[in-house]
Structure formats: structure tokens, C-alpha cells
Ligand binder design. Structure first.
Ligand SMILES: Cc1ncc(COP(=O)(O)O)c(C=O)c1O
Length: 407
């Protein structure tokens, strides 16, 4: 009976918790105290955010970095800096957090959804190409879960059609595509430091770019439309105060010191999980494309092919959780199926006139949302090889008992 499923009264593979997130200690406490004691709590007065902008941009391989209040406005500022206007179309994937598409709506433009690839969970270049119209102005690929999107193909499409590429790198701190870090390949990249992210201050966001003119435009927009070399009460573009505080900057400076070691551990553990789990029939870990020289593993994503596995996804995931492996099925629906889009409940924003999202259909996104998707949190990949072996053992155990999972 050793292999009886925990969900049916057996002994779970594991009862020990996985590492907690965020990781913090003395360096974070000292950094925050330093910021408080400086008496300079705003970005315009202090040195913490400025240091973080320099260091994180450099870490991601970009020449310029602008820290902002969250990852959602980072995308919106990037779109505004790129000159996106009412009626412009911006191609985004539907399998992503809401912000990738709503930042387009709040820039008064139209998000157009291009399907993802089943094996990578990332936007499919052919799907992008098929949706280009004379109104298309930009593409926002998401490096989903931390796996870089197919940037060579996406940049080639952008060059052919004169489009701006904004990498949504909210999951992709430290991720690499052919040795280049996320956010340094497109025209701009955006990051989030919200509490679940691989680099966090609870909240926060960031824009990277190698283009000095775009960097200056983002700086103006994040700072009430003020312009370098002009007086504080001169405002040049529509904007609000999107600045990060010094206390958040100090926390990020401390957290950044931990990122490289954590990123290496997630990458080693994630590769190991892929090797082990892909041997189980019906379990399809997210494919690491050859161009990916480091996956950030913000999420450990996999698909469950219920037919090949011989059991339904939800029953499998529930049994896995009972074995001590917390997990999620991922997004339950693609973004275009949200009431927000179906009802076009866009408030004062009217850039989406004429589009009917009920007509959008992205079969791969729907398959992953409705039938196949599964996620593990990145904190689990901060564990030891033994922790990874527990994950593998639990997947195997549930697979071996698949006949008893019921419909
Ligand atoms: C893919 C993606 N883009 C953008 C964001 C927005 O970031 P924030 O929550 O900091 O606004 C998130 C965050 O949750 C995300 O997962």
C-alpha cells in the first residue's frame, strides 16, 4: 500500500514545505533603515532608486532603465513613449496577465490577440504575421513564465513592418535569449516587482531600453511630463507621477544582490525537472527553445495531455497537491474571454472601437486554459535536488495510480 494516493488516505510523498518567498534578511532590513534614516524618501531627492536604475538596467544588459510604480504602467509608459495613438493596433498574446492587454487599452489603442504555441506557451510568430494590418504599430511578446519568446522571428517581423517591440519581461528577470538578457532585445522591455515576482519590493516596475530617445521619453512620462534641463513646473506631455519611492528602491537594491544566485538555482532545477518529467507519458513540460540560454522559471509550466496520461487534468493536479506538491491549473480563460473584453467595458478609453472580441479564437490558448495547463511556483525551484526529486516522485506516483483518479 506504500503507493496509495494521499488523496485516498495514503502517505503523501512530502509534508515538508517548499522554500518561502520572498527571501529576506539582514541586508533588506539594513537597506530599508538606510533609506529611512537618510530622510530622503522620494526618488527625486535620494540615491537608492537612481542606483537601482543603473544596476538593474546593467544586469539586464540594457543601456537605460527607468523605475516606475508597477509593471502595468511600465507597459503603458513604453507604449506612450513609442507614440502609440488612438486607433493603433498592438499585437499581444491572450495567455498572459491582464496588464499586457489592458495597458494597450489605457493607451487608447486596440489590443489584437495572437495565439501562443502549445509547446512554449509563447506568442507564435506566424500568428503575429497573420494579424498585421495597416494600423498595426507594436508587438508585445511576453516571455511567459520566464522562457524567452522567439525574439529573432519577432524582431524580423517588426523590421519588415516597421513595428515597435516591447518585451513584457514581468516573468523574465535574468532570462537570456542567445546570451542576451530579456528586455535588451526589443525596442523596450518592461518588468514587474510585484510580490510574486522573481525580484520584488512588494510592488514596482521598470522599463529598459538601448535607445536614448525612448529612455528620455519614458523619463518624462514617469515624472509628470517634466523635461531634462527645464524647470520643475514646466510640463511637456500628458502624464502622472509614476515614480518609485526610495524605500522600495533600497529594498530592490538589496534583493538584486540575491538575484543571480537564485536565477542559477531555478535554471538548474528547472532543467532537471524538465528532463525527469518529460519521461512521464502525458506530462509535457514547457519546451526550452535552443535559443534560450537561461529560463527565469518564474513559473514552472507544463501541459497535461489527458488522453495520453489516461486521467483528467484537474484530478491529476488535485492528487498531486495532496502528495505535498502545491500547484495551479494556470489562467482559467484567455484574456479575450474576460467580460471586460466581451463587453468592451473600457470606460473613457475608445481606441478599441469596431472590434468584437467575441470573434477572437486562439485554439492553443484555449486548450491550455481549459484542458491542459499546469504551473508550479518559482519558490519551489529554489529548493534542493532532493526537493526536485520529491516533485518527480509525486508526479510519478500520481501517474502510476492514474486508473484510480476517476473521471
Ligand atoms: C506578464 C505580466 N505582465 C505584466 C504584469 C503587471 O505587473 P504589475 O502587477 O506589477 O502591474 C504582470 C504581473 O503580474 C505579468 O504577469
Amino acid at each position: 500500500m506504500a503507493s496509495q494516493l494521499a488523496i485516498q488516505g495514503g502517505t503523501p510523498v512530502r509534508t515538508k514545505p517548499f522554500p518561502a518567498w520572498p527571501v529576506h534578511g539582514e541586508p533588506e532590513e539594513q537597506a530599508v533603515i538606510r533609506a529611512i534614516r537618510s530622510g530622503k524618501w522620494g526618488k527625486l531627492d535620494g540615491a537608492e532608486v537612481a542606483a537601482f536604475e543603473r544596476d538593474f538596467a546593467r544586469y539586464q544588459g540594457a543601456e537605460h532603465g527607468i523605475a516606475v510604480v508597477n509593471g502595468t504602467v511600465a507597459i503603458q509608459i513604453a507604449l506612450m513613449a513609442a507614440g502609440i495613438q488612438a486607433g493603433d493596433e498592438v499585437i499581444v498574446p491572450p495567455y498572459t496577465f491582464l496588464a499586457t492587454a489592458t495597458a494597450v487599452v489605457t493607451s487608447n489603442a486596440t489590443p489584437v490577440f495572437a495565439d501562443i504555441e502549445l509547446d512554449t506557451f509563447n506568442i507564435a510568430p506566424q500568428a503575429i504575421e497573420a494579424l498585421i494590418t495597416p494600423r498595426t504599430r507594436a508587438i508585445i511578446p511576453v516571455h511567459f513564465g520566464g522562457l524567452p519568446a522567439d525574439m529573432d522571428a519577432i524582431m524580423a517581423i517588426a523590421r519588415r513592418h516597421n513595428l515597435v517591440v516591447i518585451e513584457d519581461a514581468a516573468h523574465a528577470h535574468a532570462a537570456e535569449y542567445k546570451g542576451r538578457r530579456a528586455g535588451s532585445i526589443g525596442h523596450m522591455g518592461t518588468f514587474s516587482f510585484q510580490s510574486s515576482k522573481n525580484l520584488t519590493a512588494g510592488e514596482g516596475g521598470f522599463i529598459t531600453t538601448n535607445d536614448p530617445a525612448l529612455a528620455e521619453a519614458c523619463r518624462e512620462i514617469h515624472n509628470c511630463g517634466r523635461r531634462k534641463g527645464h524647470a520643475w513646473y514646466e510640463h511637456f506631455v500628458i502624464s502622472v507621477n509614476f515614480r518609485l519611492s526610495e524605500v522600495q528602491g533600497a529594498l530592490l537594491n538589496a534583493q538584486l544582490q540575491r538575484l543571480e544566485e537564485q536565477a542559477r538555482r531555478r535554471w538548474e532545477n528547472g532543467k532537471y525537472l524538465n528532463e525527469q518529467l518529460e519521461r512521464i507519458p502525458g506530462i509535457k513540460p514547457q519546451t526550452i527553445i535552443p535559443e534560450c540560454t537561461r529560463h527565469a522559471f518564474h513559473l514552472y509550466c507544463f501541459r497535461i495531455d489527458a488522453r495520453e496520461l489516461g486521467a483528467p487534468r484537474q484530478a491529476f493536479l488535485k492528487a498531486l497537491a495532496a502528495e505535498g506538491i502545491p500547484n495551479f491549473g494556470g489562467y482559467p480563460l484567455p484574456l479575450y474571454k474576460q467580460r471586460l473584453f466581451l463587453d468592451r467595458a473600457f470606460g473613457p478609453y475608445d481606441g478599441c472601437r469596431g472590434i468584437d472580441y467575441a470573434k477572437t479564437c486562439c485554439p492553443n490558448s484555449e486548450a491550455i486554459c481549459y484542458e491542459q495547463g499546469g504551473w508550479l511556483e518559482h519558490r519551489m525551484l529554489l529548493g534542493t535536488r532532493q526537493d526536485m526529486d520529491d516533485i518527480v516522485a509525486a508526479f510519478r506516483k500520481v501517474y502510476e495510480n492514474r486508473d484510480r483518479l476517476g473521471a
